[in-house]
Design a protein around this ligand. Structure first.
Ligand SMILES: [Zn+2]
Length: 561
């Protein structure tokens, strides 16, 4: 009910409002606090400290508490009293004995220059003048020299606390004058504890899973965690749910991750691909989505062997997770985990981030039937296990393009005997560089048009690179057997051939070989393919026969153009 008073600037003020005022309030950095507390209690203070570590890990917070404690008129052990005039002046940022310099600003450099002259001035109220120089690595060489001179002979009342996120940029001469502390990123647990503490003080109820999500999103940074919490507090009611946080962060919730995993586990190819498409349309990060999938799979796998796991999901997700653990084998989870880990690392190297995820879906769901003798799997004898996927494949939406998915249609082009036949055939065919040239000229346009008919085929064409034309046969090379199989579908391939013919005006056939087969087939390295020009306003030739055929076969509909 008090929420109406929570202003929109809460997110900005929350971090400041809950900034620890005593060393005992500081979360994390225990290894540093032990040393600093001892030094303060025993009065063994040095003149220069260097705090190094990632942003938002408490460097300036600890520096300010130290400054306050050093000037407090009735300190209690290592802590400031918090109520003497000095402490109050520090808390209100009104003390003249605390000088904070931001080395990243121009003013910072001027201030360092002026330091040398002003440093001899005694503290106004307390015992020490404390200089906190933030982002000290940003100083110019000249400013470093000025600082060094000051550090070499500091007056007894001066204490320097230098902070940096990039220790390697601080000159050795400076480092050697300082006692250095290395700050660590906060653990998820420390972040969670800190956020819970704040919620308690703010009197806000928040689901544990919502706290976990904020913590896992903050990458070890207290400041980010608190700022994210502030954002949620400023827009939500007294009870904060995980869905609120998901909305704010624009992440795909675990409910959706769970549905995706279920689609995969039940080998629902079209369901998985459609969901992937939706995730992309929402603009969510696919890397993040992949991370969440692995987090989920890890939790299910752990649960299926140990009956518990370390993630905190909401009740509904947890309940279903238990069912997944019961109903599917541990082997499925571990295998999928490996596939998704691989996909995550492959995302770095591809133009289309969704490609590695599509590969996981196809490899995993296509596995059952690649084990069967090829060409012999008639649609009506599809094993029970595959029935669902095939059935769903047939219901696939126009955009999805059923032919890719319908399992019974995946026929590799080159099996053993065909390979031989192909080798013999190609010996009798002359290379046709002119035709290859023609193909390469229109290739980007070809891919774009294909993409409009069926976006999923773009990744296939991306992965199948033209390398050679013999006679009227265009050879393409791919690293993945799945793509070879995709274009092995006669209907898909023929419709692509028709589309290509409509662009170059010459009959051409397409053949895909695996990279590993290239040498045996005497195929050269693939040609460089120019990137697809997305959204180019070239009209698609809807009315020519080849394209309408392609439309019919690919089950596509024209998108734009
Ligand atoms: Zn005090």
């Amino acid at each position: 009910m008090e929420n109406t008073t929570q202003s929109s600037n809460q997110e900005r003020t929350l971090y400041r409002k809950h900034r620890p005022q005593a060393l005992s309030d500081v979360s994390g950095q225990e290894h540093i606090l032990v040393v600093i507390k001892n030094a303060l209690s025993e009065g063994k203070i040095t003149h220069a400290y260097l705090f190094s570590g990632p942003r938002g890990t408490g460097k300036t917070t600890i520096a300010r508490i130290m400054a306050k404690r050093l000037n407090c008129s009735s300190p209690q052990g290592s802590e400031p009293c918090g109520s003497c005039p000095q402490c109050i002046a520090f808390q209100n940022k009104a003390s003249l004995d605390l000088i904070e310099i931001d080395a990243a600003s121009n003013r910072g450099i001027d201030e360092i220059r002026a330091l040398k002259d002003r440093i001899s001035l005694a503290p106004t109220a307390g015992k020490y003048k404390v200089y906190i120089i933030d982002e000290v690595h940003m100083l110019t060489k000249e400013a470093f020299n000025a600082l060094l001179k000051t550090l070499e002979e500091p007056p007894s009342h001066a204490i320097f606390i230098l902070a940096t996120t990039e220790l390697h940029k601080v000159p050795e001469t400076i480092k050697s004058r300082c006692q250095t502390f290395i700050f660590r990123r906060a653990t998820t647990e420390q972040l969670i504890n800190r956020l819970k503490k704040i919620c308690l003080i703010e009197n806000v109820e928040i689901e544990d899973s919502a706290i976990s999500l904020i913590a896992s999103h903050s990458e070890g940074c207290f400041r980010d965690a608190e700022s994210l919490l502030g954002q949620v507090l400023s827009m939500q009611d007294t009870i904060i749910k995980i869905s609120d946080v998901e909305t704010m962060l624009g992440v795909i919730g675990f409910k959706e991750v769970q549905i995706f995993v279920e689609n995969i586990l039940t080998k629902n190819v079209s369901g998985s691909l459609q969901q992937l498409r939706r995730v992309m349309e929402r603009g969510a990060s696919l890397r993040r989505f992949t991370d969440d999938i692995t987090r989920y799979l890890r939790a299910v796998a752990t649960f299926s062997v140990a009956q518990n796991h370390s993630e905190s999901f909401d009740n509904e997700v947890t309940e279903k997770l238990h069912n997944h653990a019961k109903n599917f084998s541990l082997e499925s989870f571990t295998k999928l985990l490996r596939l998704f880990l691989r996909a995550k690392s492959e995302m770095r190297d591809v133009t289309y981030e969704e490609l590695p995820l599509e590969l996981v879906i196809m490899e995993w769901c296509g596995e059952a039937q690649t084990n069967k003798p090829q060409n012999l799997v008639a649609p009506n004898v599809v094993p029970q296990q595959n029935a669902q996927a095939v059935a769903v494949g047939k219901m696939a939406s126009p955009i999805m393009g059923a032919p890719i998915i319908a399992k019974e249609k995946i026929i590799p082009i080159l099996n053993g005997s065909q390979n031989k036949a192909m080798t013999e055939q190609q010996n009798s065919m002359a290379e046709n560089p002119e035709l290859l040239e023609k193909v390469m000229v229109v290739w980007a346009q070809f891919m774009e048009k294909t993409g409009k008919l069926n976006p999923l085929l773009i990744s296939t064409l991306e992965a199948c690179k033209p390398c050679l034309v013999r006679g009227n046969m265009l050879y393409m090379i791919t690293e993945y057997s799945l793509y070879k199989e995709r274009l092995g579908d006669n209907q898909v391939r023929e419709s692509l051939e028709d589309l290509l013919v409509s662009l170059i005006g010459e009959k051409i056939l397409m053949r895909v070989a695996l990279k590993s087969e290239a040498a045996a087939l005497r195929l050269p390295e693939p040609k460089m393919v120019n990137p697809v020009i997305a959204f180019a306003e070239t009209p698609v030739a809807v009315n020519t026969n080849p394209t309408s055929d392609a439309l019919a076969v690919l089950g596509g509909e024209l998108v734009g153009g």
